[in-house]
Design a binder for this molecule. Sequence first.
Ligand SMILES: *[C@@H]1O[C@H](CO)[C@@H](O)[C@H](O)[C@H]1NC(C)=O
Ligand SMILES: *[C@@H]1O[C@H](CO)[C@@H](O)[C@H](O)[C@H]1NC(C)=O
Length: 386
Amino acid sequence: MKSFLAFIALACVVSASPFESEQVPFGVDYQHPDFPGYDLSALRLIEMEGQPPVFWTELEKIQAKARGIKFFDITDTRNLGTLPRLQVKASFPSPNATEKVKPIIETLSTKGPEENLRVFSGFRTRHYRSDTGRQSQVWLKKRIAEITSEWGSKSLQNKISISDFPHSWGQNSIITRINGSSNTDDGVVIIGAHQDSTNTWPFLPAPGADDDGSGSVTILESYRALLAADFHPERSIEFHWYSAEEGGLLGSQAVAQAYEGRVNVLAMSQFDMTAWVKRGTREEVGIIGDFVDLPLTKFNKQLVETYLDIPWVDTECGYACSDHASWGKAGFPSSFTIESTFGNSNKNIHSANDRIDVSDEFSFSHMLEFSKLAVAFAVELGGVSN
Ligand SMILES: *[C@@H]1O[C@H](CO)[C@@H](O)[C@H](O)[C@H]1NC(C)=O
Ligand SMILES: *[C@@H]1O[C@H](CO)[C@@H](O)[C@H](O)[C@H]1NC(C)=O
């Protein structure tokens, strides 16, 4: 009985959020040497669904996130969505480039994603304010450059740029662009994931294998296969690896703000968590249906039906739940696909257990289905110029 009570007490400590227990000494004056300049007392402007913006400290942001509250941190992007948009009404016809897409998706492999994710989830944390988060970003950019020179033809490499999109907090977003052959007024096609990870208590380890290391290496594999196929698009295609999604969509909002009024975006597709197949459930692609562009979402369902080996399932994830929301706010069509229904998704995220080897529910073959989806999205919407 005594040990049973002790077990209950321990379970309560473990399940409580860290800053409600006494494990971690903290307060707004807490500083961590590996998180230079991360001031927990700094005020941030926060936007939640249907409410006027409020000021919170960085610590209050951490506490709100631990309670599952979703928000944009709009401190540096207050005007996002206020400029007249360039987008002319986009329409997404049924997939019809089967002959182009199929041979490319047959070349996709789990080998690169496994190797890349072992390194990427090996950083202690990829938190956007941390030294290791900065190092992981430098590594990712180097990896993109290596893949480009290894798999891209010379003529394709001449159309590719790999750039840092700098942010004040240190970990930059990465933008890799394949220039299209046609006029840029047609709009660019964006495929995104977020490179940062976090623990609920940000100073603890956060391997972020699923959230969102999985999406990051999923789209990198799609990029590799497009290069290997010598894919010269008509429209420009961009692959984005955002920083600071976990801080309230900071990186993607900054990029969307830079594009708004300057660049036309035809469509944006977000890949955030692509690896988990919960034991006892059917393997499927979760298609988010709330706060997304509905015609683009319908198009994604058609892509799944045409090109993937598993079915889709409708699901929802709430306001500002990943980087597609920043593009939606900017007025561009955006969509989001995830590993399963939101309810069946990986519950180890935001902890030291978000690891590849935590369970055989972590599946590289499941991730590969999402690489197919990203390839199909790029080829169907980007068009082939050669
Ligand atoms: C697919 O349809 C689009 C729009 O209707 C068209 O522009 C494109 O040429 C078609 N592609 C193929 C491969 O038939
Ligand atoms: C891609 O196109 C843009 C816009 O036309 C141009 O500024 C840029 O130099 C091009 N990049 C490459 C690598 O050709």
